[in-house]
Design a binder for this molecule. Structure first.
Ligand SMILES: [Fe+2]
Ligand SMILES: [Fe+2]
Length: 363
């Protein structure tokens, strides 16, 4: 059954914290090693400069070339944003409850998926509106950003079709999403739409970091294909975390507009995530279960505690998204993409049989 095997034939490690994808032991304490000579993870514009990464890679500050955080010069990132054409082959019996142990999280993720074909075209339009004003390298990178986003919402649309069949009530939610996206584009200024998009990209980066930290809990026993869809998307969100910001900085840069638009965007994301989740939980008769509410509130608070500081920091003067550390696991995952075959390892949850790799683990 294809869903149970990696696309490239390589098993995905069950314990990412301790193993590299290629099977080489991962340093036990990444915080104590310097990645000297490494071109740097995707977001840093400091290629070739040793990066020292703190004890918690997800939160560590980055010191590049001896500069502290406050001294780092914000510059547009220049690394390429490759187009990875990935086809996801979902099992015939695919269900919206693709994380059987955590249906509420599957529904929340589904709701985010529903939003993508409305949010991401808006981000593309907002950036493209300023293409003629950008210098050639940034223009080229913005085009690449648009290509990545197009891939994302195209792939999410396929999942969304299956969701609509299983939960017809979601079609109405999608209509509201569409109306909201149109409101941002038609009723607000293009500068606001661009700030909204830059804020949306920061939010996506924050969500990626949070998801990586909690992936063991959240995706345990999940359908590997659907999980891979989300991991691939989140990993590319990390990769292009500064793309929209650089356009915004080039044409506007107002931190006030950015902060306001980002808060509006986050409230919309939260509202639609809850709304879509509500529709699926209601149809499943799960809405009034205490465990449902316990999990939903716990995850929402956990995400908020992680996301809000990221958003606040991103809105401070002189801050640039390059100063945010890339989550290592997602970045490594993305590096496994094989451009020749158009495949990448299929994400496997911790419940798979890992053979020798798991032999020393307590049962
Ligand atoms: Fe995206
Ligand atoms: Fe994005």
């Amino acid at each position: 059954m294809p869903a149970r095997h990696t696309l490239a034939g390589t098993p995905w490690p069950a314990h990412p914290a301790r193993h590299t994808l290629a099977g080489t032991p991962w340093p036990a304490h990444p915080g104590r090693h310097t990645l000297a000579g490494t071109p740097g993870s995707a977001g840093f514009a400091t290629a070739g400069i040793p990066l020292s990464i703190g004890p918690d890679p997800g939160r560590a500050s980055v010191q590049a070339n001896g500069r502290g955080l406050g001294e780092t010069v914000p510059v547009p990132a220049t690394h390429p944003l490759p187009l990875r054409r990935v086809a996801f082959d979902y099992p015939d019996d695919w269900t919206a409850n693709w994380i059987p142990a955590k249906p509420e999280f599957a529904y929340a993720a589904n709701s985010v998926s529903l939003l993508m074909p409305f949010a991401e075209p808006l981000f593309i339009k907002a950036c493209n509106a300023y293409l003629p004003e950008l210098d050639p390298p940034l223009r080229e990178r913005t085009v690449d950003f648009a290509r990545q986003e197009t891939q994302h919402y195209t792939q999410h649309s396929k999942v969304n079709k299956m969701l609509e069949e299983q939960y017809p009530g979601l079609v109405r939610v999608e209509r509201w999403m569409d109306r909201t996206a149109r409101w941002v584009w038609n009723k607000r200024s293009h500068r606001f739409a661009l700030a909204f998009s830059a804020g949306g990209e920061t939010t996506a980066y924050g969500v990626a970091r949070w998801a990586e930290k909690h992936m063991g809990e959240l995706f345990d026993g999940a359908d590997p294909v659907t999980t891979t869809l989300f991991m691939w998307h989140l990993a590319e969100e990390v990769e292009h975390k500064s793309a929209c910001w650089d356009v915004y900085e080039a044409v506007d840069g107002s931190r006030l507009r950015y902060a306001w638009a980002m808060v509006v965007g986050m409230l919309m994301l939260g509202w639609f995530t809850w709304l879509g989740t509500f529709v699926m939980l209601w149809q499943d008769h799960r809405f009034f279960r205490p465990v449902t509410w316990f999990r939903m509130v716990r995850w929402s608070l956990s995400l908020a505690f992680d996301l809000i500081p990221t958003m606040v920091i991103s809105a401070t003067p002189h801050h640039h998204p390059n100063q945010f550390t890339d989550p290592l696991y997602l970045t490594t995952f993305l590096s496994q993409f094989d451009s020749e075959t158009g495949t990448m390892p299929l994400w496997q949850g911790p419940t798979i049989d890992v053979g020798d790799a798991g032999a020393d683990e307590p049962q």
